[in-house]
Design a protein around this ligand. Structure first.
Ligand code: PRT
Ligand code: MG
Length: 214
């Protein structure tokens, strides 16, 4: 049995076409079913639904053989304990710094002011501002980062942006792009050895589907 860990929402949706290219059809719809273990048309393959930020933990510790997770999540988790054979080029976005439209970010940086930065991505933010030589107080949040500058909790946020509509709706502006993000296939190290043939076949099918799309 091969177990693939996915999160509901954009990663699940973007993974379905890749699974289809490997002749795997998921038999339940996670939006309507309450099941956390989903069967597929292949008796040897199942999907488990976990929180996006829990995918690396499942794969690293053998709760799943494979998983699909954003580069953002992987960097925050620390991806050393897993194989990362493939960038799937799905769930693309970027991680950026944003501030209130009336906050002069350039000036604050030039003056060497200490910035209060709210984010779920503490490791990425710490590394980015350290490399710039900007002193920051990092405030860890678990969601709704956009609210932090509006309420005076922070001067800036580090968050994911795709269309930019969420920033715009909250009168925030993107002032720096830190990195581009897409989702990766991650594989448990022991699984790759013990279940080499079926896992290799899946990696190859995904790689072919990704190559055919670009
Ligand atoms: O929701 P939960 O707390 O369980 O976890 P999660 O928010 O990490 O999961 P999910 O499913 O929302 O995101 C999973 C992965 O999708 C992320 O780790 C990214 O790698 C990827 N991804 C791609 C995105 C986006 N695009 C994205 N736009 N994840 C989140 N967003 C959010 C962003 O945080 C912001 O609030 O969408 C909003 C901005 O979107 P735009 O289009 O308005 O700019
Ligand atoms: Mg979310």
């Amino acid at each position: 049995m091969i177990t693939l860990a996915l999160s509901k929402g954009r990663i699940f949706d973007d993974t379905l076409p890749l699974l289809r290219a490997a002749n795997i059809e998921v038999l339940d719809n996670p939006e309507t079913s309450r099941k956390l273990i989903l069967d597929t048309n292949q008796p040897g393959v199942r999907v488990v639904l976990v929180r996006a930020s829990d995918v690396p933990t499942y794969v690293e510790n053998g709760g799943a053989d494979l998983g699909i997770t954003g580069r953002d999540t992987l960097i925050e988790h620390g991806g050393q304990g897993m194989y990362q054979p493939l960038d799937l080029q799905i769930a693309k976005c970027r991680i950026s710094v944003a501030v209130r439209a009336d906050f002069d970010y350039e000036r604050a940086v030039k003056q060497g002011s200490r910035l209060r930065v709210a984010t779920k991505y503490v490791a990425i933010a710490r590394e980015f501002f350290a490399a710039k030589g900007v002193h920051v107080d990092l405030i860890k949040l678990y969601g709704s980062m956009e609210l932090a500058p509006l309420t005076g909790l922070a001067d800036a946020i580090v968050d994911l942006v795709s269309t930019g509509n969420t920033l715009k709706a909250n009168h925030l502006v993107e002032v720096e792009r830190i990195m581009d993000i897409s989702s990766r296939l991650v594989v448990n190290q022991a699984s790759l050895k013990l279940k080499q043939a079926p896992i290799r076949a899946l990696i190859d099918a995904f790689a072919k589907a990704v190559a055919e799309r670009s």
